[in-house]
Write a protein of this length. Structure first.
Length: 89
């Protein structure tokens, strides 16, 4: 909870971005550039590894899917799929 991320919704408060700017900005920049490179190379932001089971990253929300559950493994990014998921961990 050091970064202030809400464990129930996956949201990151504004104070965290201000206080930890030197962490958030380079992380956001790297991830954004990497995502653009992946999109240009047609690498999907999530993959179905078994029927109905998906593994994805920060930009899996781009798929526009409704998710049965999300296991959020990050402290630095808000969860973009929260509004389209049934269970959030």
């Amino acid at each position: 909870q050091l970064m202030g991320k809400n464990p129930s919704t996956g949201s990151v408060p504004l104070w965290s971005y201000v206080l930890f700017f030197s962490f958030h900005f380079p992380t956001w920049l790297y991830t954004s550039l990497h995502h653009l490179k992946d999109k240009a190379s047609k690498i999907p932001s999530a993959n179905e590894v078994e029927p109905g089971w998906w593994v994805g990253g920060r930009y899996a929300a781009d798929l526009g899917k409704d998710w049965a559950g999300i296991v959020d493994m990050t402290c630095e990014f808000p969860e973009a799929c929260f509004s389209r998921t049934d269970k959030y961990l």
